[in-house]
Design a protein around this ligand. Structure first.
Ligand code: ZN
Ligand code: ZN
Length: 70
């Protein structure tokens, strides 16, 4: 039996190497937040716990639940 090759994956955005698809998925959230920050010109609902900003109170509420468990 041939040894199975390493299943490492590379982030297409920053090139960092992660050990599997699941880690890549978690890592990509970093870039999702960075993108949201870059498009914040029309965002007016700022998070009280981090620099994230959102266009609607619903998005802010979702962010609180997902990112801060509130
Ligand atoms: Zn990356
Ligand atoms: Zn936040």
């Amino acid at each position: 039996m041939a040894a199975s090759p390493p299943t490492s994956v590379t982030c297409p955005v920053c090139g960092v190497v992660l050990s599997n698809e699941m880690e890549l998925g978690e890592h990509k959230e970093v870039h999702a937040e960075q993108r949201a920050e870059g498009e914040s010109t029309t965002a007016i609902h700022g998070c009280a716990f981090c620099p994230a900003k959102f266009r609607t109170p619903e998005e802010l509420r979702d962010h609180h639940r997902v990112a801060h468990n509130r």
